[in-house]
Design a protein around this ligand. Structure first.
Ligand SMILES: Cc1cc2nc3c(=O)[nH]c(=O)nc-3n(C[C@H](O)[C@H](O)[C@H](O)COP(=O)(O)OP(=O)(O)OC[C@H]3O[C@@H](n4cnc5c(N)ncnc54)[C@H](O)[C@@H]3O)c2cc1C
Length: 521
């Protein structure tokens, strides 16, 4: 049996690891086709300390059961005597978030935390209603259909939306899943206890170790290889892939697939059409072509879902973020932020500028964020939840701003004007526009996401953030790992089934903790 994996992000790499570990397929029989020049997809690391890095922030919890299970067998990049999983938890035990100031107001002052997060009893009842309503009844509905306007001005919503990414117009189905999965976080939403992070950037902490583990096993990795189409056997009621169309370096290569071979396709990427700017240039308007293979499949066959729900051009307005990565040799910003929040630099989680038009959130990473970065460099990161609004000082949409403009706006919104010149002199801010990053939150109906194993499929599995597996939440490496695990288990019948999704609404400790919030304790 050979296996063809389309996409070399976390999901594709997880699939390769699981094919070896759970299904006993030998490395040379596995091929990963990755459209980009490098592996990693949404877990990218670009640039240098001199030109400025570009990388994503990181948010996890202990219950990424599939991901941490498979990473438990992979040596870590920095400490190869430990597994990636052990290194991850050892780091988080030693360096937990100590977020003492989470929200900052228009005057640059910390906003005091309300034990009830500004929620009324009615809000708690409405949250419970969404969490308890069967998913099918929420299909296609928006979050704001269930809550009054005041709810969206509460501390709870600001903390939640800046941590998880959801907006009022987003879908109630995913919101329900997040509520049930993360109920146990409620009492600590403001200090980020229980939120975990990678010890260094996600590309080096997760992607490179998996690639390094697969390499000596002889797994074939083809970068710059775009799978443009799949060929199917003519039978109508069965789905059997018999070929791949691959484009590489301007040439087309048909690849034959035997009926007993496996094909695992990543249907979409949150980082699709990502566009990166510089200190002096805004990111160029993103190009099109997102999820092209998925579109081709969905156009031709029923049961492949509806890619337009996430990737139609007009969806970007509700799913776009502008993220920015600041690489600095100075300490002015970090020192000012530490003084303001009371959190030691590198130990605090997100800090959100509540009243700034872009509602930016920032976090100073633990040093070093990039293995091998110069000793005098520090990296911090941020993103704007509302990047289409004009800024307060730089009167442009964040999407149109160069890195220097974003940096100035954020520094001044914090009220660090006195340090502005020093910060600008010692920092490089790289802006990055991600038009579809937040699209996993868009309202959806049953059938919009295809099944992990489409009905009638004999050798095709679909993996990643845009396929349907019950209960679990997207915007997570866990979702990609789980869908890969499930596809392999169901198509080969080998290895254990994936562990169940953690559901905190069934955990008495989590329920008790949530009750404490309602009572204002
Ligand atoms: C900015 C950002 C921050 C994030 N932060 C977190 C976080 O903190 N915690 C977390 O758990 N998750 C986070 N995520 C979610 C993250 O995207 C996923 O966890 C993970 O990267 C998904 O892996 P994937 O392989 O499914 O998709 P991707 O990582 O998007 O990879 C898909 C890959 O498939 C390739 N591809 C697609 N189509 C084809 C084709 N036809 N032919 C060949 N190759 C193809 C793409 O080029 C891409 O490299 C973040 C995502 C982003 C964008």
């Amino acid at each position: 049996m050979k296996a063809h994996i389309v996409g070399g992000g976390f999901g594709g790499l997880a699939a390769a690891v699981l094919l070896v570990r759970n299904a006993g397929i030998s490395g040379p029989d596995i091929t990963i086709y990755e459209a980009g020049d490098v592996l990693g997809g949404g877990l990218y690391l670009q640039g240098t300390a001199q030109r400025g890095y570009n990388l994503p922030g990181s948010v996890f919890d202990r219950e990424f059961r599939c991901a941490f299970d498979l990473l438990a067998g992979i040596p870590a990049a920095k400490t190869p005597a430990m597994s990636v999983t052990d290194e991850f938890f050892a780091f988080n035990d030693a360096e937990p978030f100590d977020d003492r100031g989470r929200i900052v107001d228009r005057d640059g002052r910390l906003v005091a935390h309300d034990p009830r997060f500004g929620l009324t009893l009615g809000d708690f009842l409405r949250l419970a209603r969404v969490a308890l309503t069967p998913e099918a009844w929420l299909a296609g509905r928006r979050i704001d259909a269930f809550f009054p306007e005041a709810f969206f001005a509460s501390e709870f919503w600001l903390l939640w939306s800046t941590l998880m990414g959801s907006l009022p117009q987003h879908g109630a189905v995913e919101f329900r899943r997040y509520l049930n999965r993360f109920l146990y976080l409620f009492p600590n939403l403001s200090d980020m206890t229980h939120i975990l992070r990678t010890p260094y950037c996600q590309k080096q902490a997760f992607v490179e170790p998996m690639a390094a583990w697969l390499h000596p096993l002889g797994v074939n990795v083809l970068t710059g290889a775009v799978v443009t189409d799949l060929a199917f056997a003519p039978a109508t009621e069965r789905i059997t892939v018999v070929g791949l169309e691959v484009e590489r370096a301007g040439a087309a290569y048909p690849i034959a697939v035997a009926p007993e071979d496996l094909v695992l396709v990543t249907t979409g990427s949150q980082a699709a059409c990502m566009s990166v700017g510089s200190m002096t240039e805004a990111p160029k308007p993103p190009g099109g072509g997102a999820a092209a293979l998925w579109r081709r499949l969905a156009e031709r066959r029923a049961g492949f879902g509806n890619p337009d729900v996430w990737f139609a051009a007009d969806k970007a307005a509700d799913s776009r973020w502008v993220a920015f990565t600041v690489t600095t040799t100075g300490t002015d910003f970090q020192d000012s932020l530490a003084r303001l929040t009371g959190s030691k630099s590198g130990s605090g989680g997100l800090v959100t500028l509540r009243d700034a038009p872009w509602v930016p959130s920032v976090t100073v990473f633990h040093n070093p964020e990039v293995l091998g970065q110069p000793q005098d460099a520090t990296v911090w990161w941020g993103y704007g939840l509302y990047p289409d609004r004009p800024g307060g000082h730089v009167r442009k949409a964040m999407t149109e701003c160069a890195g220097a403009e974003i940096l100035e706006e954020v520094v001044r919104q914090f009220g660090f004007d006195g340090r502005l010149a020093a910060i600008m002199r010692t920092s490089t801010c790289v802006p990055c526009c991600l038009p579809f990053v937040n699209n996993i939150w868009l309202p959806r109906k049953g059938g919009d996401r295809p099944a992990v194993v489409p009905e009638g499929s004999s050798n095709l599995g679909l993996i990643g953030q845009y396929v349907e597996t019950p209960r679990d939440i997207a915007f997570t490496i866990e979702y990609s790992a789980r869908t890969a695990w499930e596809a392999i288990h169901r198509l080969t019948g080998r290895g254990p089934a994936p562990p169940p999704v953690y559901q905190s609404q069934l955990d008495p400790k989590a329920l008790l903790a949530a009750l404490g919030v309602i009572l204002g304790r």
